[in-house]
Design a protein around this ligand. Structure first.
Ligand SMILES: [Zn+2]
Ligand SMILES: [Zn+2]
Length: 324
């Protein structure tokens, strides 16, 4: 039995096909890189990356000099060595309006000097600190000339697109607002009430609730595109991480860790992506979406943009709560 489910408020669909479902096995998800030899993100190897744009060390924000690197750091932000976009691109001289200059910034946030660290093992203080770094770096790049959107995300595991096993997040600042976000904003503008506030009200006591604290809920969305997809939503309407107090960031960090810990306890050799969704428009409602990499988008998904998910979110929540 399968169901075609519509997104809460967008004209998007997924197919929940539970007959195809089974819990992810190690064979499906195995491949999280754990080798640390020669890792350029590890402490002691600082000179093997470009100079850091920001080094967080003992409550201070420092910068590397050319040929001189800060050691003993807590979090290190470095330009991506193979950037998707760069601030130093040449002006495009083509009259073709479809070609734009590849302007932007691509940064790696190395979350810990220790290779084997995982967010689910971070202390409250380390999670708060990481969330503060996220807020800082997003605010830094959104104020740069020509930047219209800052994409902040984490890939963990080869299957989720990470090329290095050392725990890190990434940030890509781009010169336009992505059309998918614009589409969401337009849909929200046409509604009487914020649809994410409605989702929070609806799911907070539903069978799709994974956990909550005084500020956030973690839910498996009704229209989960992939098995074990989770969304983190603030209970109060906030549009952007720049509006988060430290108290709220601590609460967010704890919720994010809790969501990842549950996934880690349920899915062998967990690989995942999480993405922060936010907008400058006050009507938008900040959210984080976590998608474990247990399936791959294949021909049907690419043909229709409709995802086939073999594990209904209600069942995913049962599995996640079983592991308490
Ligand atoms: Zn490393
Ligand atoms: Zn809202």
């Amino acid at each position: 039995m399968s169901e075609i489910r519509k997104h809460y408020f967008l004209d998007e669909y997924c197919i929940i096909a539970s007959d195809r479902g089974k819990r992810p096995s190690a064979a499906e998800a195995r491949d999280v890189g754990r080798a640390s030899s020669g890792c350029v993100f590890c402490q002691g190897n600082e000179d093997r990356t470009p100079p850091a744009t920001a080094v967080y060390k003992g409550g201070e924000i420092l910068r590397d000099g050319e040929g001189q690197r800060v050691s003993g750091w807590d979090v290190r932000c470095i330009p991506n060595m193979f950037p998707a976009l760069s601030p130093d691109t040449e002006e495009v001289s083509s009259p073709d309006p479809e070609i734009m200059q590849g302007y932007g910034f691509h940064e790696v946030i190395v979350e810990s000097p220790r290779h084997e660290d995982r967010l689910n093992l971070f202390s409250d203080e380390k999670m708060l600190f990481l969330m503060q770094v996220y807020r800082d770096r997003v605010m830094y790049y959104r104020s740069r000339d020509g930047v219209r959107y800052v994409s902040l995300f984490k890939n963990l595991g080869k299957k989720a697109g990470a090329s290095l096993g050392h725990t890190h997040s990434q940030l890509i600042a781009i010169p336009f607002v992505p059309p998918s976000l614009q589409k969401e904003i337009r849909a929200i503008e046409g509604l009487d009430k914020c649809p994410y506030c409605v989702i929070v009200e609806k799911e907070i006591d539903s069978q799709r609730l994974v956990c909550r604290n005084q500020d956030f809920v973690v839910i498996a969305p009704f229209c989960s595109k992939v098995p074990y997809e989770l969304w983190i939503l603030p209970l109060e309407h906030v549009n952007h991480i720049s509006g988060f107090s430290d108290r709220l960031l601590l609460s967010l960090g704890k919720c994010l860790r809790s969501a990842i810990s549950r996934l880690d306890a349920t899915i062998p050799e967990l690989a995942y992506n999480y993405m922060i969704f936010q907008a400058e428009e006050p009507d938008y409602h900040f959210n984080i979406r976590i998608q474990p990499a247990t399936s791959i988008a294949a021909g049907f998904e690419k043909n229709t943009d409709i995802h086939i998910n073999s594990i209904p979110p209600e069942l995913a929540v049962k599995h996640l709560l079983d592991r308490e």
